[in-house]
Each structure stands twice: as C-alpha cells, then as structure tokens.
Design a protein around this ligand. Structure first.
Ligand SMILES: Cc1ncc(COP(=O)(O)O)c(C=O)c1O
Length: 374
C-alpha cells in the first residue's frame, strides 16, 4: 500500500527548528518568555492589529474574546452555522446562546442579508443579541463590507473567528483585521501550526491586557497570589511560540503552495460533470487552506461519501465539509436563520488533501482515484 496522504499535515519550511532549539537552549521552557513576546509583536503586525495575545488554543481565544466584549449568561450571539464546533462551543462556555445564520453561496460564510433580516426582527422585538461572531471559513474572509456595516448599524461588537483563514485577505486587508477582536488557531491541521496554540488580536490595549490577565489565572498585582476574578491557564508556551515565529516567516509560501494545489485540482477536474470547487469571494483572496469540492451525485454518478471511502481505500485522507451547527444534536433547539445552503455544502462537500507539502505525484494520485469511477 502506498504511503498515506493526509488532509493537512504540519509543514515546516523555514527556521522553525532553529528557533525551537534556541528557546530550548536558553532554558525558557516556560509558559512565557522572549519568543512569546516576539511572536505577539510579529503576529499583530502581520494581521494589521496593534495588540496580540498568544494563547494555548484558538478555542481559548474565542472564550476570552466573548468574555471581553461582555457576553454572559443567557445573552445571544449570532454566528455562522457552517463552522467547526469550537466556535459554537465557546459561546456555550459563557452560558450564552448561539444563533446560527446560514451561509451565502459567494463565500460559504455568514450571509449578510440573513444577518440583517434577523437583526431587524430582533430590533422590532427589542431583543438584540449581544455580539456577532463571524467565521472566515476554510481559508476565506466573509463579505466584511456588509457585515461590518451591519454591526455598526446595530451597534454590536464583531468578533472574528479567523482560525481557518490566517493569510487570507479581503479588499487587501488581512483576515483578523475586521473584527473588534479576532481569534486564530495554530492547531496541527492549520496553515501554520505550533502543534497547538492560538492568538487573540485587537486594537484595544485594555482588552489585550484583560486577555493576558484572564489567561494567567487572573492574578492581581500582589506579592502573594491574590484573585478577584476567575481566570484560566490559557497562555502559549515559549517553546511553541518559537515554532510559531518560524512558521509565520514562511506563511506566504504556505499560501502560495496551497493556492497552487487548488488550481491544480481545478485544472485536472475541469470538464468533469458533477464536480465544482469552493468559490472565491469577489474582492477576496482565499488561502485555499483546504481544497473543497462539491459532488453532485446525479451528475457525477457517485456521492461524496462513496468517493471518500474510495480515497480511504487508497490510503488517502479526505473529510466531509463541516456539518452545520444547526444540524448538530448538541445544538438542537438553538435558533437558526435559514440553513439550506450550509446543508447543501455539507451533503456534497469533500475536503481533499491540501497540505503545503503535498507533492505533485501525491496530488496526481488523489486526482486519479477521485476520477477513477468515471
Ligand atoms: C473555525 C474554527 N474556530 C476555532 C477553532 C479552534 O481552534 P483550536 O483547535 O486551536 O482550539 C478551529 C479549529 O480548530 C476552527 O476551525
């Protein structure tokens, strides 16, 4: 059997090892240290914010972001249904209720028209939600011209879950620069990874200060341990920050490679009935973190699950696109606004191997197996 081809494995391209060893040799084997500080400065500058706080995960960043903008028990937070569960879970961590808005076809992200309609209805009923939590799904930004205008109109804070979109742009502005706070993930499958980790970014230094405070067990200034708030152990370690710095230096190369992989799939699959690829939003540049195809079973002659199993039999990892949150048993009973688009994407969407280190022969193998039923 040929070697396994993974969906999106880590790919070290630059000085990651050297920086990691530097952190190790300096004995800053600690939850904080010079690499954490440097990573924060470099990251903030890369995503166009003044403040960055390095954390243990993207989920931790979301949890803190929600608290910092003041979301609490029984508040409602409007978010995208088409996302990974971490987005919605974080809303539950603060005892709030997610409201799941469907995707639009142009970006697969939150549909601004549905968002506006929903908020208008809420305003009439005098029950506006507390915040909007947008998600830049699968490497691409939302329609932020519209979403930011809506948040402004309804005076709602915007939290941007950019966990999957580091390196993407919209109107030449980087993912993560659109929210009042934005969150990133460096989980092992992301475009750059620290094995596990996250980042919270904002332009507000008081919010960054609050995030650091909450992330270090909310220790008040005193020689002994003094606490007036419940805190968390959410900081990133200096070792992982060293890897993150090395990865960040080569982010653009990761984007270039992933976009090339996507284009190669597009060319190879062009003209095959029943296969379409994820769209790119007008004015935006997706990283193509994952290459996703939609399989129309009528036209293709096989559904996406049959293809997934065929790829698996050939030792190739692929995965259905996110199952929408409004269809997840754990979120049954939550409010949902529309849902047909994300349900369709889930029914037909398959994420293909997309790692930055995917070689041309490996990609040819994927394409061959994918097309071999026809
Ligand atoms: C959209 C989205 N939000 C949040 C997260 C959570 O990040 P982490 O795994 O670093 O906690 C992820 C991925 O893991 C994600 O895809």
């Amino acid at each position: 059997m040929s070697d396994r081809i993974y969906l999106s494995p880590p790919c070290m391209l630059g000085r990651e090892r050297q920086l990691l060893l530097d952190a190790f040799d300096s004995n800053w084997i600690a939850p904080l240290g010079p690499h954490v500080n440097a990573f924060e400065v470099e990251f903030a500058s890369r995503v166009g914010k003044t403040q960055a706080v390095a954390l243990s995960s993207g989920t931790a960043a979301l949890h803190l972001a929600l608290q910092i903008v003041g979301v609490g028990r029984d508040d409602r937070v409007v978010t995208s249904s088409f996302t990974f569960a971490a987005t919605a879970n974080a809303i539950k961590y603060v005892a709030a209720q997610p409201v799941f808005v469907d995707s639009d076809w142009s970006s697969w992200n939150m549909d601004p028209n549905l968002l506006r309609e929903y908020l208008q209805k809420c305003r009439i009923q005098n029950r506006l939600p507390k915040a909007v939590l947008s998600v830049d799904v699968i490497g691409q930004c939302c329609d932020y011209d519209s979403i930011r205008a809506i948040c402004h109109e309804f005076e709602l804070p915007l939290i941007e879950d950019a966990a999957e979109a580091l390196g993407a742009t919209y109107r030449d502005r980087p993912a993560g620069s659109f929210g009042d706070i934005a969150c990133f993930s460096f989980n092992g499958n992301k475009i750059i990874t620290t094995s596990g980790g996250g980042m919270l970014v904002t332009d507000r230094s008081d919010w960054a200060h609050q995030a650091r405070h909450l992330a270090t067990q909310a220790r008040d200034p005193a020689p002994h341990y003094e606490h007036t708030q419940v805190g968390y152990n959410y900081r990133m370690s200096n070792l992982l920050a060293a890897i993150g710095r090395g990865q960040l230096e080569v982010l653009e190369e990761h984007v270039r490679r992933r976009r090339a992989i996507f284009e190669n799939y597009r060319t190879a699959l062009a003209g095959r009935p029943g296969i379409t690829l994820m769209p790119e939003i007008s004015g935006g540049r997706s990283t193509r973190w994952l290459s996703v195809v939609l399989i129309d079973p009528e036209k293709f002659g096989e559904d996406r699950e049959a293809i997934r199993q065929r790829l698996e039999a050939a030792n190739i990892e692929s995965r259905p696109a996110w199952k929408p949150m409004h269809c997840q048993p754990v979120f049954a009973g939550c409010e949902a606004v529309g849902g047909a688009v994300s349900e369709h994407i889930f029914a037909q969407g398959l994420c293909l191997p997309s790692g930055s280190s995917l070689s041309p022969p490996q990609q040819a193998r994927v394409i061959e197996v994918l097309g071999s039923s026809r």
